[in-house]
Design a protein around this ligand. Structure first.
Ligand code: URA
Length: 183
């Protein structure tokens, strides 16, 4: 059985889809190996590509603020994305890229970590992990699929763009506080 560490080593060498071309660093994910909570975003951006770490740019700062509202600290959370290399010009990852990356890496990360709760950030992660398609409908709720619990909310970049979404995301993280107090 691989470890999160050995998977990260393999992810850094991955050429299974074309996304690795033109990137600086892969972004396997970051966090303790005994984290009870996992966060799955969409794809690394420019800052993440430069540092090899997830959510270290503007979206990351906002995410840290949201986590603080829920009484959570990213130090205790394993954070990753649906794809581990930055798509060119931050375009949305393609279905084929997500499929390859999920089967090779994300599914294994989840299997190794066995998190009590996965926080889903945005529509791409929602569809990838649950097949649900509407963040508007599912946000603020816990979904249960094949024994895994998911908390659904918006992607930080959407909240940074739209004040209405930001308000909804803040409400979601207030709800999350109550949910995580029980786990
Ligand atoms: N947006 C994401 O979805 N993931 C990151 O790691 C950074 C920005």
């Amino acid at each position: 059985m691989p470890t999160l560490f050995s998977l990260a080593e393999d992810i850094r060498k991955c050429t299974a889809c074309p996304l690795w071309k033109g990137t600086t660093l892969a972004v396997p994910g970051d966090g303790p190996k005994d984290a009870k909570i996992m966060i799955v975003g969409e794809a690394p951006g420019e800052e993440e590509d430069r540092h090899g770490l997830p959510f270290v740019g503007r979206s990351g700062k906002f995410l840290d603020k949201m986590l603080g509202m829920a009484g959570l600290d990213r130090k205790n959370i394993f954070i990753t994305n649906t794809v581990k290399h930055r798509p060119p010009k931050n375009r949305a990852p393609k279905v084929s890229e997500i499929k390859a990356c999920k089967e090779l890496w994300l599914d294994k990360q989840i299997e190794i970590l066995r998190p009590t709760l996965i926080i889903i950030l945005g529509g791409v992660a929602l569809k990838t992990l649950t097949k649900e398609t509407s963040v508007e409908k599912a946000h603020g709720t816990v979904l249960k699929k094949e024994k895994q619990q998911y908390f659904v909310t918006f992607h930080p970049s959407a909240a940074l763009r739209f004040p209405e979404t930001k308000k909804k995301m803040e409400d979601d993280f207030r709800k999350l506080k109550k949910i995580t107090q029980k786990i």
